[in-house]
Design a protein around this ligand. Sequence first.
Ligand SMILES: [Zn+2]
Length: 179
Amino acid sequence: MATTTVELSDEFLQEIKTPQAIDALAADVKHRIVDTQIVDITDLQWIDESEEEPSNEWKVTAGVLTYVRRIYIPKDDLLRNNIITLFHDNQESGHFGALKTAELVSQDFHWPALDTTVQKYIAGGKLCHRIKARRHAHHGTNMPIPPPSRPLEGVTMDFVTDLPESTASGYTGILVIIN
Ligand SMILES: [Zn+2]
């Protein structure tokens, strides 16, 4: 399995904490929240899953709301997209598909319908995919030229350049004139 490590810097956590404070779901689950003894949010990543207590799904860990030891990402489209980007665009492996990306994101983060958000992100024609799809040159659109009714009515000229040097003359280009 490819591993993606997200550094839980103070700046990064603040970006999550701020919208969490005004998030509807966060407000809704507050009655279920229990404070944990974990004081450092980075400890979350080192806890054995088997230690889980199903009754304590929502917790506040070092001031951050978590769901089953995953950091809850509030309803903030930009923030959620940024989190997806962290896992989707892997420096070594390239761009992961929706399934793999969702799997990686959900190891550390949680929000409702996370899978759907990831699918939309990937299907949404993000910049990374447009670049990927257009690695070849544009083929352009063929414009049909109506047949001419008399000589020299339509003349096209085309320079064909960067050809291998011809041995006789040293030319590397030709001019094609179609009448
Ligand atoms: Zn991508």
